[in-house]
Design a protein around this ligand. Sequence first.
Ligand SMILES: N[C@@H](CCC(=O)N[C@@H](CS)C(=O)NCC(=O)O)C(=O)O
Length: 227
Amino acid sequence: MKQLYIANKNYSSWSLRPWVLMKELNIDFKEQKQAFSAGSNWQEFRHFSPNGLVPCLLDGEEVIWDSLAIAEYLAESHPNVWPKSKKARTWARCASAEMHSGFFNLRNQCAMNCGLRVQLSKITEGLQKDIDRLDELWNQGLNQFNGPYLAGNTFTAVDAFYSPVAFRIQTFDLKLSDTSHQYINRILNLDSMQSWYKEALKEPWREKGHEQEALDSGKILQDYREI
Ligand SMILES: N[C@@H](CCC(=O)N[C@@H](CS)C(=O)NCC(=O)O)C(=O)O
């Protein structure tokens, strides 16, 4: 059976992408969770991942690292990873690549920390630019391909790539258009996302670096973590 190595559900946005994709597409896998330690995880993660990062998928003798490579690997045997229509598939690939290599302000200033609710101390020009672009992109996908998912009527890899953003928007209460908020609620209410969230709240670990990122971004209003 495939094994997917991930880190803390509370923090690891990259891990969430292939996890939610495989759950939504009913692709069987065994979850292997390795909690972050303080500082570098290079030594620990190198036991299973060539680049010392998660996510990493093991499938028989194949080792596939990097969330985008995992999506493409899965697509070779699961045609529903990307949308059926060429137009939607092209757009979905572009939007996923844009998330993979962009949105730096959003990623740096609104780090994923599922259990927290944070009032940002400020919305920088760069962050606002990322929020506006996100809103533009989601509206484009939802209008062009008629929803309810970004590239049509089924959940595909592009939704998986933006699913961590749904948690960031929830944590930092970012303001987008009504269409985008309806989409975020749809994603947050998926059984798979609810299950990830519940497990994130039950995790006992607090990793200093990730906690400091939240403290640096503003005022902590709520901490819903159970332990
Ligand atoms: N581009 C990579 C990024 C992976 C990545 O940065 N993973 C983080 C966790 S969310 C990690 O493993 N960090 C460990 C460390 O920095 O020591 C992907 O898409 O998989």
